[in-house]
Ligand binder design. Sequence first.
Ligand SMILES: [Zn+2]
Length: 288
Amino acid sequence: MQFIPSIHTINHLVKAVLGTIEWLFGNPNPTGELVVINYHGTPLKFSSNFEKQLQFFQKEFTLIAPSDINSFYNNTITKSSKPFLLLTFDDGVLNNLYAIDVLNKYNLKAYFFVVPDFINTKVELQKEYFITHIRPTIHSVIDNKDEDFKAIGWSELKKLANNGHQIGSHTKTHTLVNTDSVEKVQLEIIESKIIIEQEIQLETVNSFCSINDSSLSINKTSMDLVKKNYDYFFSTYPGSNLNDKNKLLIYRCNIESYWLLGAVKYAIGKWDQKRWAAKIHSFKKLVE
Ligand SMILES: [Zn+2]
């Protein structure tokens, strides 16, 4: 993908240049590292760019499925000469089905973190729900088709789960769970899990992912509840899942399907992680 001024900012271009430079010396992630990627919506017009990103991941990493995460954390994963990489998608946007078509082509499996109330909203009201609760600022050059604002339905999610993908909770309503109101926190963390398990007829939903910046969206009350009800907590911080191996603080690098490859490299390189150090330091107190 080339630089497109209506889509990419100058800041994005600078990151792309920095990422390209950082990777001139090879993959900065060591063997044994697990890099977790966090996508959101994946509009159809960026499918071929998304595929190029996957091809890059395949060249530089050993891609693992959600079912492998347990063996990574138990140290029983089959060794590889390359770092590991796991794909996750937040919000359960309908246009993820295009990304899934590409994943199928390469036989790759991913995590999908969904929002039960978004899925249960009437289809004709989902766009309004999306703009109100999920992404208030829409970039109309990027997201402008119906499916860019609607949710993947339960029956489709059930098929995905039966096909090796994993469905996790991304709160019930896509809200910050930083309140001390136990009732509200239970609704977002426990009820979301129960709804997904019932709708998809899953034995258990073992993964939770907070919305936006984890520092804002999770506090002690909610983290304690996550610990009791889930095995894995996926954060919004980029970082090393090898040096800091903790199932309740999984670092993820945010990438979008329209990004330039250099910016992808920057996001999964080491240079970008430095600016998160202070936030991660204070967040760690919640998971210790
Ligand atoms: Zn989200």
